[in-house]
Design a protein around this ligand. Structure first.
Ligand code: DON
Length: 561
């Protein structure tokens, strides 16, 4: 019997089963780390770092690669944000968020009675805003990269030409959206095989996309914004009721600014500035919490949870009312981020013993449709990128022969002040539509510094849940003392004031806590994850890089060298 047991242990420990990573242990590396939601894209990033590229080079290459191997979310037809810390000390925020077409108007989604026409802002060409990704990635490369565009785009072109094996995750969404794909021949031609969705393990070749990438690689942004790609999009848009015109593309700009910055317990946070609400809302929440001091020994206590929920409430109310594209509206940042304001809110939260708001509108349907990746190199540079098509496969249209999905980012505006969008966000005048305006975003690509050195890189998809997912991951590390993989994996909860429902992943709260919170007037609904935090932590003592791919996204990978 004893021998059998020994044989069993020997077999077990030398079998592949034993060597599966502990789900709560991060990947460690010394020279560079890339964490993205698709391992093939992470590999592209590591290859660029190995070839001598810096973190910005790798970020550009990963951005293009994800546009091929993560078709739901990686993109050429969307937009996003890049937060950069350069080894020499500069912090940079690149805004390549989409803009409303110049022919867009405040009331474009309203009927004659002033009611919002559902679906028009989420599906089809009327929901498409002017894409920013290509100009964003090329601007980053030109200003802060070191390698040629051809070198950085070659892996994506190869993946599109030679194809990649569809993952179980892709296959699930291809199948769920097959009905939409069938409605558009240009989509069906690429994403259906003999009329059926691709299955896991089948090779998806994207010839049109390879050709588009090659055009951009050869000719730069002009191919996209003042050339055949723009013309193809405009033609399709005009044929199907959209508003896009050539002026939208030739006028498109990427903006560089200072990121939002704040301090939390001695750490410096560098995050997204408006037109993202992410950095402001994150910093507002951390500023409030800085007055409260969560107790590490009692990190999962009811008291801590309630405090965090209330902090989310205050910050989201401000987000939804006050923030919008700074080119169009005044964002009262000095008030929202002032220590005095944070202190006032913290006092109120400490005094209140029950939930402070009671109405119960319906919950909204939501999935992961954006993608975040984090990169550090061995030279001291760090990059956080979150970019998106907004909805799954965006507007679910492809302008032939470009080969890529276009966004439905127009839905991030308030179609009408006070009405809810697809994320249930009830927003007001600061975020209503105007020609050339960028819709308010929740994307929160964030870098955290400690004593002048990069400590953490973090971000997520998930609409408004992005901000709370990033908050909780940071708190899990700084206040909860978890390693980065534990911090990323820990079940999360989200609250955005309206709808007045806390959505909690299974196991986020104990049954006991749910009972008590409900007794205090909170409304809790269990809901599967829609976020996927991709993060890196650098151990200040050793300088080693620890990468954590979210266990909610098994196709992703933290890869280092
Ligand atoms: O910019 C935003 O906030 C949204 N368009 C992001 C959408 C998103 O994360 C979708 N994932 N659930």
């Amino acid at each position: 019997m004893k021998h059998i047991r020994i044989v069993f242990y020997v077999l077990f420990f030398f079998s592949p089963l034993c060597c599966l990573a502990n789900p709560d242990m991060p990947i460690v590396a010394k020279h560079g780390m890339v964490v993205s939601e698709q391992k093939l894209a992470s590999q592209v990033g590591v290859d660029i770092l190995r070839a001598g590229g810096n973190a910005i080079d790798a970020a550009v290459a990963v951005g293009y690669a994800l546009a091929v191997v993560n078709p739901c979310c990686g993109n050429l037809g969307g937009g996003g944000f890049m937060t950069i810390h350069l080894a020499k000390g500069d912090n940079i925020f690149l805004n390549f968020r989409e803009k409303a077409p110049l022919k867009a108007s405040k009331t474009m989604y309203l009927d004659a009675h002033g009611k919002v026409r559902s679906k028009q802002s989420t599906t089809g060409y009327l929901s498409v805003a002017v894409p920013g990704t290509v100009m964003g990635l090329e601007t980053a490369r030109q200003r802060y990269g070191t390698l040629s565009r051809q070198q950085l785009m070659a892996p994506a072109i190869r993946l599109a030409q030679q194809g990649y094996l569809v993952t179980t995750y892709d296959a699930q969404w291809f199948s769920d959206y097959a009905k939409d794909f069938r409605k558009q021949p240009s989509v069906a031609a690429i994403f259906l095989k003999k009329g059926q969705p691709y299955r896991a393990g089948e090779r998806l070749i994207q010839r049109d996309l390879a050709h588009t990438l090659q055009e951009i690689s050869d000719k730069g942004t002009a191919a996209f914004y003042d050339g055949p790609i723009a013309l193809a999009i405009i033609k399709a848009s005009q044929a199907q009721g959209g508003l896009l015109s050539l002026a939208d593309f030739t006028h498109y700009t990427v903006q560089e600014s200072k990121p939002i910055q704040c301090q939390y317990h001695g750490y410096t946070l560098i995050s997204s500035a408006p037109p993202s609400s992410g950095g402001v809302t994150l910093c507002e929440m951390l500023n409030i919490l800085d007055n409260i001091h969560l107790n590490r020994d009692n990190y999962d206590s009811l008291q801590t949870t309630r405090t965090i929920i209330e902090v989310m409430r205050y910050a989201f109310i401000d987000r939804n009312r006050r923030l919008g594209d700074p080119d169009f509206v005044n964002n009262p940042l000095s008030t929202l981020l002032s220590p005095a304001y944070a202190k006032k809110i913290s006092e109120r939260i400490k005094q209140a013993e029950r939930a402070q708001q009671q109405s119960l509108p319906s919950l909204v349907h939501e999935k992961k449709q954006t993608t975040h990746y984090s990169i550090v190199d061995g030279k001291g540079n760090a990059v956080a990128v979150t970019y998106t098509l907004n909805g799954f496969f965006g507007a679910r249209v492809i302008a032939s022969p470009t080969g890529f999905f276009l966004n439905n980012e127009m839905d991030d505006f308030a179609a009408k002040a006070g009405s809810a969008n697809k994320f249930g966000l009830v927003q007001y005048d600061a975020n209503t539509i105007a020609p050339g305006k960028r819709p308010l975003s929740s994307m929160t690509p964030t870098i955290i510094m400690k004593d002048g050195r990069v400590f953490m890189v973090v971000g997520s998809p998930g609409g408004p849940r992005i901000i709370t997912a990033v908050l909780l991951t940071i708190l899990n590390v700084i206040d909860g003392g978890m390693n980065i993989q534990q911090a990323v994996n820990k079940p999360r909860f989200h609250y955005q004031a309206k709808p007045d429902v806390i959505s909690a992943e299974p196991l986020a709260f104990t049954p006991e806590s749910i009972k008590k919170l409900t007794g205090m007037g909170y409304h809790i609904k269990q809901k599967a994850a829609s976020t996927s935090v991709e993060s890196i932590l650098i151990d200040p003592a050793t300088g080693l890089f620890y990468g954590a791919n979210d266990n909610r996204r098994p196709d992703g990978a933290a890869l280092g060298y």
